[in-house]
Write a protein that binds this ligand. Structure first.
Ligand SMILES: CC(=O)N[C@@H]([C@@H](O)[C@H](O)[C@H](O)CO)[C@@H](O)CC(=O)C(=O)O
Length: 320
């Protein structure tokens, strides 16, 4: 499908609605022979909305193996998520970051043309920006290709190695990037996160946290929501944690965080990454997510059995 064939108009998810709450980091379904499998995305959207109560999606990010996909595959996935999300999802955010600036700009223009509700960009991580100005200049050159689309910086230093503090980055950012809307903050540095929120307010920008096992700590410093892999299959439980925190019932919120942490702590010790996320999502949802793309390798049968037994053994406060 070319962008002009799409049945959605630009920004047609839920126009103007602020990005907050839970955002599932989309897994990219693949066929057993490693091709992207667009045919299950319709089912995937319905599963997120009906079973996980999650209505926002972040496409082609880390969990979606975006940097392991071709530009053509990334465009096809973006189009399918926008098409299938129409009238069902509130936000479809497309990650358009790439090592090559022209490729990133091409993806940004494409996301705008198909009606994505936002774009996000990771810091380039082979030749890296060495300071804030170099990073902002790169981001600005991508954002300006989609001048009507909200722009998010995707901060994930454990994977990019780019450790420029977000607090510093945000200083004056709207003058350079008028579409700047917020940060997907996938780091454990809560001091940096808290300073960002303290200086800018979560009214002006959206701050979305990306370390699912410690979301409660980020809620305490004022994030608006979270983007993460576990919201694909623990979205409903995490929403109950958000509700408990808002009530406020801190003891209940802690129970949910501890149980989510108990599962993640268990699987992290076994070796947990995108391949394992695909396996967990497959057994929880019943939707085949397929293998990861090399160099990642399939989760082992032993991992799958142990992760399933662990998840089944958890007794949640809501009695499920
Ligand atoms: C390094 C990594 O993959 N982090 C995940 C987390 O959701 C992570 O899977 C979770 O906290 C478990 O460790 C997300 O931040 C990634 C993400 O949002 C994305 O796929 O774009």
């Amino acid at each position: 499908m070319s962008p002009s064939d799409t049945s959605t108009s630009p920004n047609s998810m839920t126009p103007g609605k602020k990005l907050e709450g839970l955002v599932a980091a989309a897994i990219t379904p693949m066929t057993p022979d490693g091709q992207i499998n667009l045919s299950v995305i319709h089912q995937y959207v319905d599963y997120l909305v009906r079973e996980q109560n999650v209505k926002n999606i972040f496409v082609n990010g880390t969990t979606g193996e975006g940097l392991s996909l071709s530009i053509q595959e990334r465009k096809q996935l973006a189009e399918e998520w926008v098409r299938q999300g129409k009238d069902k999802l509130d936000h479809v955010i497309i990650h358009v970051g790439a090592l090559s600036l022209p490729e990133s700009q091409d993806l940004a223009r494409h996301a705008a043309a198909i009606g994505a509700s936002g774009i996000a960009v990771i810091a380039p991580f082979f030749f890296k920006p060495t300071n804030k100005d170099e990073l902002v200049a790169f981001l600005q050159k991508v954002a300006s290709e989609a001048p009507g689309v909200p722009f998010y910086y995707y901060h994930i230093p454990p994977l990019t190695g780019v450790k420029i503090r977000v607090e510093e980055l945000l200083d004056g950012i709207r003058e350079q990037i008028p579409t700047f809307q917020g940060v997907k903050f996938s780091d454990t540095d809560l001091l940096d996160l808290a300073q960002c929120i303290n200086k800018n307010g979560s009214e002006q920008f959206a701050f979305l946290y990306g370390v699912d096992e410690q979301l409660l700590g980020a809620l305490a410093v004022g994030v608006n929501g979270a983007v993460g892999s576990t919201y694909n299959y623990l979205g409903r439980k995490t929403k109950l944690m958000l509700q408990a925190f808002a009530k406020p019932d801190l003891a209940l919120a802690q129970k949910y965080q501890f149980l989510i942490g108990e599962f993640l702590n268990f699987v992290i010790k076994l070796g947990f990454g995108v391949a394992q996320t695909k396996a967990v999502m497959t057994f929880v949802s019943g939707i085949p997510m397929g293998p990861p793309r090399p160099p990642l390798v399939n989760a082992s049968e032993e991992f799958i059995a142990k992760a399933k037994a662990k998840l089944d053994s958890i007794v949640w406060p809501d009695g499920d």
